[in-house]
Design a protein around this ligand. Sequence first.
Ligand code: MV4
Length: 600
Amino acid sequence: MFSKVLVANRGEIAVRVMRACEELGVRTVAVYSEADKHGGHVRYADEAYNIGPARAADSYLDHESVIEAARKADADAIHPGYGFLAENATFARKVEESEFTWVGPSADAMERLGEKTKARALMQDADVPVVPGTTEPADSAADVKAVADEFGYPVAIKAEGGGGGRGLKVVHSEDEVDEQFETAKREGEAYFDNASVYVEKYLEAPRHIEVQILADEHGNVRHLGERDCSLQRRHQKVIEEAPSPALSDDLRERIGEAARRGVRAADYTNAGTVEFLVEDGEFYFMEVNTRIQVEHTVTEEVTGLDVVKWQLRVAAGEELDFSQDDVEIEGHSMEFRINAEAPEKEFAPATGTLTTYDPPGGIGVRMDDAVRQGDEIGGDYDSMIAKLIVTASDREEVLARAERALAEFDIEGLRTVIPFHRLMLTDEAFREGSHTTKYLDEVLDPDRIQAAVERWSPEAAADDDDDDEVTERTFTVEVNGKRFEVSLEERGAPAIPVGDASAGGSNSSGPRKRRDDGGNDDSQQIIEGDGESVTAEMQGTILSVEVEEGDEVEPGDTVCILEAMKMENDVVAERGGTVSQVLVSEGDSVDMGDVLLVLE
Ligand code: MV4
């Protein structure tokens, strides 16, 4: 085993990897950016190195800085976590060619699976079912029409370099083909530097099922059962679970074995995930994720295996010491991503200080996080601040236990998606497990999200109300020896000094309107302030611009879509007006605070 491992990541996954190291007696090295000087992963590590500015491209994504830190620390191996450099074959190769060991699949295997048509062909040869379509790139709109003629509309045009929801175009009829083909190529070029696209029959309402794989350098390949990640919003997973509530034992067995065959054919080592779409009792290969995933936790909970420890052992040359038959799935587990986002504002990322952070505990509750009370949550990286993993003997019990755990979870100072999770636990389709990947984007009524925030995060809902400033404070009083909680509500300017009790975090960049405060000059200035420019709340890439100069926008209209850490975020106009200037276009990189467009 290694004596020292550098973890090239931040947040909960960096701590997760270091915990595995700790249990194996391996010393840990953190790297951090200027924004993360006080980060949880820095606190956890045995030693830590500053590798540059907040901007990920200048720190966590900087190959040379990471390798240089490993050199200074005299580490033996580099674990990339997920995101950042985890699926970068160029970086993996640099590590392989250095004195350090790469904790992950070989750069060759990453390349074999990274190009989607190559991966499809490889899987097909290994007798793994793929979605009907092309295994060669499509050169023209005629190639797209040929697939549609054979299998019918709709068809999907996918970018060769895409994945995780990026670079996917759905074509419903022949007259859309030419335009969508061109758009797909253009976007592929802009986002992945690769204009190559391919075509598949589009499945209308599939489930997302993925199989966890472990493979060693001695030819052993095991699958650890499946996870169901069908509950997604804009390709962003929200709740994941194992096992899937939607698979028969027979289908489960066949998918697991197909995943094993596929990665064996790719000569794959270390941990990986094979993603499938499942519809009408059939399964189809989608892609392989060549990294540890956010949701690996639910697999660990139902198998009792520590996936991260096995990544480290396998990278150190050790052999998997269990057979496929030894892998038993016991009980049920769900993961709830605790994202700093305002659900009622299209899940806009939120920032703020964790004035209260009091996570749940007790039987069946696992918290994977790297924050503590008092931490400031900025907008430099992705919005996931913690993961709540709930495990019980069956799905019913998980649902009840999760309701209990989410009710215990106490976070103030920062908006989170906890009210949304609590809504899901009351949702019939989710409770019965019949939801598909379309459910959140196309079926769920958005009014129910608003109502959930009002019910489970009333302070936040009141805080966002422009018409009335409602201040609510709760006091505990004792009357004749019995405790009572008393809430006082006040409208208008608060008479009680409330300090920062609004608990709203700041997910709106513009100033808050005040009513009836005399209309003094101050408030006028506030309203006129920076409301005229729409700025980026986080660093990322412009996926699309929804307006052009001269357009009229209403408050709440989406003006562009900003991608950050694989998340698509709507950038919303705080107020209405006429677009006088558009300063960004599709494919642009922007920093936090950059002006995107100007309203008049
Ligand atoms: C599909 C599909 C239906 N048919 N391919 C979205 C992410 C990208 N990696 C592949 N995706 C899809 N590919 C065919 N041929 C539906 C999706 C899809 C999806 C897949 C998994 C989870 C959520 C999804 C949401 C929308 C679309």
